[in-house]
Each structure stands twice: as structure tokens, then as C-alpha cells.
Design a protein around this ligand. Structure first.
Ligand SMILES: Cc1ncc(COP(=O)(O)O)c(C=O)c1O
Length: 408
């Protein structure tokens, strides 16, 4: 009898794997041996498992000073926030523990700064599982609570990629802003690149149009890079693919490579200046946790020194080519409908539910997350091109077997 809940499951149907080791892009389970980690645990172990440098940073911090109240000035906090400011081009950081907590604080900050209350997001978006973040997002995980959540304000999804100039997506954005009243909207919150809601590529006018609307109406643009940040898409942050500058960013997951809980709200100099004389009505007990800050500093050093961002771009291209080949293979009979993504944030859209393919892959040595007809391929960024080919072979075989068994 287990005493721990497993998330997002009826407990009777949860099938937890027993993990006893992890190294690089794989982890070891008692049930299936070594598995390629194509979920990077929860899309966060960007530096890979067992990274000694991050571990050493954390151990040193535990020895030196493992606890400090939120308003104590300590070296590791100052160092980390200086690096984050440089990497993001934003001025100041509010450091919380998890992604949803950061998004909640970003919402509070946007409301405090603008004096407005509404938050606009994409229809198919995920910004966390707390009530406030479920309230603004559009992910189906909000369903059991929807009746009691305030109505969410959503702009359409850019998928299928809308044609026309301006794209239908941009028209939807304008319609929503006009309908709600721009003077009531505090922020538009968008994932840098959307995650398990489909990894759809935005049309080229997506980000410039949002930036222009925000500038025109004094709305803050919040870039949620919790999933897509820290190299996952082959850039430090996904929004760099489109060259847009947000007013605020929310960071989590890869910030510490998952080695400790830590998240951040980064804000521009203009947003930060508001709080010079106005009270920042935000705070949490584990604010800027010293060990989390040390893990983040270690992770950021590893990304830069091991050139993992560049690697994500290069190895992502290997996967892209292999998946493209799969979508055209005659013997797969169109089983792969679409293959999309950026860097090592990729998905395959199948012509049927993805669960049986994921189950086959588990037997063959790969742990692949899935949802409906989508398989997600998001390994740690330390994966090599050679390993990517091994993984792509496994996936191709599993898709082939699944499609031939379904036709037999
Ligand atoms: C884009 C995005 N925002 C926010 C969150 C919430 O982060 P956390 O699960 O750490 O609360 C997630 C988690 O998957 C996410 O992908």
C-alpha cells in the first residue's frame, strides 16, 4: 500500500516506474531497465541526469548556507539574478519555487503595475495547475474546476497555420482585445513555444502583432518560457526564434535542470521601477531558495560551457529529418500525419491514438510521453546525434509495428 499520490491519475490506474539510477539522457527502472528519457522527467532535466557540476554547486551551497529568509542578501541570489538579467535582457527577478507559482506572481505583478485585471492567453495553452493558472489557461486539465473559475479570455490557436495577411490568428487577437476593452487588459500571457497542447508553429506575424497590440494599449506581454526555455528549442528562449522582446518572462523547469525547485518572474526595467515606491504585494517562504539558486547557477554554467543550446539545435535537426522521412515512408501508410517542433521540443502527430506506440517503446527501451494522437520527443539536451538516431530507429519501428498490427 503506497502512501503517496501519483499525479493526474486515478490511483488504481497509476503505473509508476521504480527508478533507481539515471545518467545522461537515460534513466534506469526496475521494470524495464535503461530507458531513453524522452520526457526529460517533466521536460526539465535539460542538462541531463547525473550532472556532477550542478551537484557540486548544490552540495557547496548546502554546506555554506542552505537556508536564508526571503529578504536576506546572499551571494548566490545576487549572482544568479545577475546572470538571469543578462541572459533574458530583463532587469529584475522575483524567485519562487514552481512554474505555476511564478505565473501567479506574474499575474499579480501585471495587475499591480497596470491597475487592470484581465489576462489574455491562447485557447490551447497551459500555464500551471493552481486555480489561478488553470483559470487563465485553456488546457483540458481545467475541466473539473471550470464551473467555478472566472471566465478565461482566449485568443484562437495558430493551427492549422492560418493563411492570409494578416493571419486569421492576428485577426482573432484584435477581436478579443477590442471586445474585452484594451484598457481593462493587464497582460497577454503566451508560451514561448506551446508544449503538450501541440507544439504548433506560429505564423510569422504572430509575435510582432502581439507586441504591437501590447505597445499600443499599454498591455504587458508575458512570455511563459517555463517549458520552452533554457535551450529546449535550440535557443536560450523560444521567443528568440521570432526576435520579440517581452515585458516579463516566467521561467522554471530547465532553470535548475530540475535538480531543485526554483522558478522566476523576470521583469523589464519599466515594470521594476513601479515597485521603487509601490509595495510589491508578493512573497513566499521558499523565496529564492539558496540551494535552488545554486542549482540554477550550475545549470546555466553547464548549458553555456557544454554548448547544450547549440547541441539542441543540431540534434533537433537530426530528429526533424528522421521524422520527416517517417512521414513519407510508403510502408507506414501515412501513420505519421505531421512532425513538428523546434530543437529538442518535438512531436509526432499520428493517425491514431499514440498510447499503443508509447507502450511498445517502453518495452523497447524508450520512455515517450503522449497525449491523444501526439507523441512528444523532448530528451535532455545532452543527447548526441548518434543517440538520436538510435531513438529515431526505435520510434520508427514502433510506429511501423503499430500500423501493421492495426491493419492485420
Ligand atoms: C508553459 C508552462 N507554464 C507553466 C507550467 C507550470 O509549471 P509547474 O508544473 O512547475 O507549476 C508548465 C508546466 O508544465 C508549463 O509547461
Amino acid at each position: 500500500m503506497s502512501h503517496i499520490f501519483y499525479t493526474w491519475s486515478a490511483q488504481r490506474h497509476a503505473h509508476p516506474l521504480t527508478v533507481d539510477a539515471a545518467e545522461g539522457a537515460r534513466f534506469h527502472t526496475r521494470e524495464h531497465g535503461w530507458l531513453w528519457d524522452l520526457e526529460s522527467q517533466t521536460y526539465n532535466v535539460n542538462a541531463g541526469h547525473g550532472n556532477k557540476h550542478i551537484q557540486e554547486r548544490m552540495i557547496a551551497q548546502i554546506r555554506e548556507l542552505p537556508v536564508a529568509g526571503p529578504n536576506m542578501r546572499i551571494g548566490v541570489r545576487e549572482q544568479l539574478t545577475a546572470v538571469l538579467a543578462e541572459r533574458t535582457g530583463l532587469e529584475r527577478a522575483f524567485l519562487a519555487s514552481g512554474g505555476a507559482e511564478a505565473v501567479e506572481n506574474a499575474i499579480k505583478i501585471a495587475r499591480l503595475v497596470t491597475g487592470r485585471s484581465k489576462i489574455v492567453t491562447r485557447r490551447r495553452s497551459y500555464h500551471g495547475a493552481t486555480l489561478a493558472t488553470l483559470g487563465i489557461g485553456g488546457d483540458p486539465r481545467r475541466a473539473p474546476f471550470a464551473a467555478d473559475l472566472p471566465p478565461a479570455i482566449h485568443i484562437d490557436d495558430p493551427y492549422p497555420v492560418p493563411a492570409g495577411e494578416p493571419s486569421a490568428w492576428v485577426q482573432s487577437l484584435h477581436e478579443v482585445v477590442e471586445r474585452e476593452g484594451p484598457e481593462t487588459i493587464a497582460a497577454i500571457v503566451l508560451e514561448g513555444f506551446t508544449g503538450t497542447n501541440g507544439m504548433q508553429h506560429p505564423p510569422p506575424d504572430f509575435w510582432p502583432a502581439v507586441r504591437a497590440v501590447c505597445d499600443r494599449h499599454g498591455i504587458l506581454l508575458v512570455d511563459d518560457e517555463i517549458f520552452s526555455g533554457f535551450g529546449r528549442t535550440g535557443r536560450w528562449f523560444a521567443r528568440e526564434h521570432w526576435g520579440v522582446k517581452p515585458d516579463m518572462m516566467v521561467l522554471g523547469k530547465g532553470l535548475t535542470s530540475g535538480y531543485a525547485p526554483l522558478s522566476a518572474v523576470m521583469v523589464s526595467a519599466a515594470v521594476a521601477a513601479h515597485f521603487d515606491d509601490h509595495k510589491l504585494w508578493c512573497g513566499v517562504t521558499h523565496y529564492a531558495h539558496p540551494v535552488g539558486c545554486a542549482a540554477a547557477l550550475g545549470a546555466l554554467e553547464v548549458y553555456a560551457e557544454e554548448r547544450l543550446i547549440e547541441r539542441a539545435d543540431q540534434v533537433g535537426a537530426v530528429f526533424a529529418q528522421r521524422f520527416q522521412d517517417m512521414s513519407q515512408r510508403p510502408d507506414l501508410h501515412g501513420a505519421v500525419r505531421d512532425a513538428r517542433g523546434l530543437g529538442l521540443m518535438r512531436c509526432l502527430e499520428l493517425d491514431r491514438p499514440a498510447a499503443p506506440v508509447a507502450a511498445r517503446l517502453l518495452e523497447r527501451g524508450a520512455y515517450v510521453p503522449y497525449r491523444d494522437d501526439l507523441l512528444f520527443i523532448c530528451p535532455p539536451l545532452c543527447i548526441t546525434a548518434e543517440q538520436a538516431h538510435i531513438v529515431a530507429d526505435l520510434i520508427a519501428d514502433a510506429v511501423a509495428e503499430n500500423s501493421s498490427s492495426a491493419r492485420a
